[in-house]
Design a protein around this ligand. Structure first.
Ligand SMILES: Cc1ncc(COP(=O)(O)O)c(C=O)c1O
Length: 391
C-alpha cells in the first residue's frame, strides 16, 4: 500500500510527543516535573461547565449548523468588536473545533501546489506541517534573539517572492512569548497590502500580555481587515483545551468556503460545548485576567532563574506562557544538540521541556510556566543542578 505523498511530508507534533514521554515515565512511578504542556494548569471555570451541563440536560445534543450555533457566532463578533476593535458581522465568523483546525481549514481554502507561506521562526509546530498537508510551501523566516524574536517589516520584505501568498502572524508567540508592537504591525500590514499577501493572525494568547498591549492586525484599517483571517480559541483563554472550540473571522467569501469544509468533514463543532463557550464570552475576560496575574509572577520567577544561570541568555517573553532560553553554552561533549540536552534533563533532572528544534530553532529549549509555583521552584532547582554538572 502506498501512502499519499502529502502525508509522507508531515511530522507528528513534537510537543505532544514530549508530553506523552513524560506521562509514560510518570506512569512508571518516576517523579517528572512537566514543563512541556501548552495549556493552562487552571481548571475550566465552573460557570462554563455548568452552562454545558445545562445544555446537555436540555437536549442540545444534535447536529447544529456547520458554522456553529448562531448565538455563538454573534457573541464572537460582538467580542471582536468590543475587545479587539474589529467590525465583523456574525456571518463573517465560523466556529471551529479549536484554533488548530481553524488554521488547517484556512490553508486548505487558500493554497495551491507551490504557493508559499511565510512562517516566522521560531514557530508553533503545526504551521509548517499543516501548510505541507495542504500542498503549500512553508518559507521559514529566521527571527533574531537580539530583537526578542519580534518580526519586523524589514525581515518580512526579505522573505517575499513572486510565489508568496500568505503570512502567518502569531502574537503573542508560542514558543518565544514575543509580542509585536502596534508600530511594527502597522509597517507589516503595509508590506502585506503592497505585495498582495493574505495574513493569518493567530491570536490564541491575546489574553496573556504582560508588558505590551495586544493589537489585532485586522483592527488597523478596513483594507487590512479585508486581507486578514483572525484566528482565536477558547482553549487557552478559558482553559478549555479539551473542549475543542476556536474560530476564524474574515470576509464572508472566505468564511463561506471554510463552512463548506466543515460541512463535508466535521459537520459541526460539538453542540453542548458551544453553550459552554457562550458562557465564557459573557465573562468578558475576567477569568483570563485572573490567570494572567498568576502567569506574570511565574514568568518573572522563571526568567530570573534562567538569567542567573551562567552562559544562558533569554529574551523577556512579553506574552503567552513560555520562556525560550538559549542553551548553546551547554551543547558540548556528549550533548550534541538541544534534543540531547532535553533527553539529559529528562533523565538527570527528571524535568520535561521541549527542544527548540521542534519550533525550527536549534540551541534553545521551551518551558511552559503554566504549572504551579511549587513545580517551577523545584523544577528550576533541578535544572540548575543538572546544568552545573555539565560545566
Ligand atoms: C500558537 C498556537 N496556535 C494554535 C494552537 C491550537 O489551539 P487549539 O487548542 O485551540 O486548537 C496552539 C496550541 O498550542 C498554539 O500554541
Amino acid at each position: 500500500m502506498e501512502f499519499s505523498k502529502r502525508i509522507l511530508r508531515v511530522q507528528p507534533s513534537q510537543t505532544l510527543v514530549i508530553t506523552a514521554k513524560a506521562a509514560e515515565l510518570r506512569k512508571k512511578g518516576i517523579d517528572i516535573i512537566g514543563f512541556g504542556a501548552g495549556e493552562p494548569d487552571f481548571d475550566t471555570p465552573d460557570f462554563v461547565k455548568e452552562a454545558a451541563i445545562k445544555a446537555l440536560k436540555e437536549g442540545k445534543t444534535k447536529y447544529t449548523p456547520a458554522a456553529g450555533i448562531p448565538e455563538l457566532r454573534e457573541g464572537i463578533a460582538e467580542k471582536l468588536k468590543k475587545k479587539n476593535n474589529i467590525e465583523y458581522k456574525p456571518s463573517e465568523v465560523v466556529v471551529t473545533p479549536g484554533a488548530k483546525m481553524a488554521l488547517y481549514e484556512i490553508f486548505a481554502i487558500l493554497l495551491n501546489p507551490g504557493d508559499q507561506v511565510i512562517v516566522p521562526s521560531p514557530y508553533w509546530v503545526s504551521y509548517t506541517e499543516q501548510i505541507k498537508l495542504c500542498d503549500g510551501e512553508p518559507v521559514i523566516l529566521e527571527l533574531s534573539e537580539e530583537n526578542g524574536f519580534v518580526l519586523t517589516a524589514e525581515d518580512l520584505k526579505k522573505a517575499i517572492t513572486s510565489k508568496t501568498k500568505v503570512l502567518v502572524l502569531n502574537t503573542p508567540s508560542n514558543p518565544t512569548g514575543a509580542v509585536i508592537p502596534r508600530s511594527e504591525l502597522e509597517k507589516i500590514a503595509e508590506v502585506c497590502l503592497e505585495n498582495n499577501i493574505m495574513i493569518i493572525s493567530d491570536e490564541c494568547y491575546e489574553e496573556f500580555c504582560y508588558d505590551e498591549e495586544h493589537v489585532s492586525i485586522a483592527s488597523l484599517s478596513k483594507e487590512i481587515r479585508d486581507i486578514t483571517f483572525t484566528v482565536n480559541a477558547f482553549s487557552k483563554s478559558y482553559s478549555m483545551t479539551g473542549w475543542r472550540l476556536g474560530w476564524v473571522a474574515a470576509p464572508e467569501e472566505y468564511i463561506k468556503k471554510i463552512i463548506i469544509i466543515q460541512s463535508q468533514t466535521i459537520s459541526n463543532p460539538t453542540s453542548f460545548a458551544m453553550y459552554g463557550a457562550l458562557a465564557a464570552l459573557k465573562d468578558e475576560g475576567k477569568f483570563p485576567a485572573m490567570m494572567k496575574e498568576e502567569f506574570r509572577k511565574r514568568r518573572d520567577f522563571v526568567l530570573n532563574e534562567f538569567l542567573s544561570i551562567e552562559g544562558i541568555t533569554c529574551p523577556v517573553p512579553k506574552g503567552a506562557f513560555y520562556v525560550f532560553p538559549n542553551i548553546t553554552a551547554y551543547i558540548k561533549g556528549d550533548i550534541k544538540n538541544d534534543i540531547d540536552l532535553v533527553a539529559y534533563l529528562l533523565e538527570e533532572a527528571k524535568v520535561a521541556v521541549v527542544p527548540g528544534s521542534a519550533f525550527g530553532k536549534e540551541g534553545y529549549i521551551r518551558l511552559s510556566y503554566a504549572t504551579s509555583m511549587d513545580n517551577l521552584k523545584e523544577g528550576m532547582k533541578r535544572i540548575k543542578e543538572a546544568l552545573s554538572r555539565l560545566k
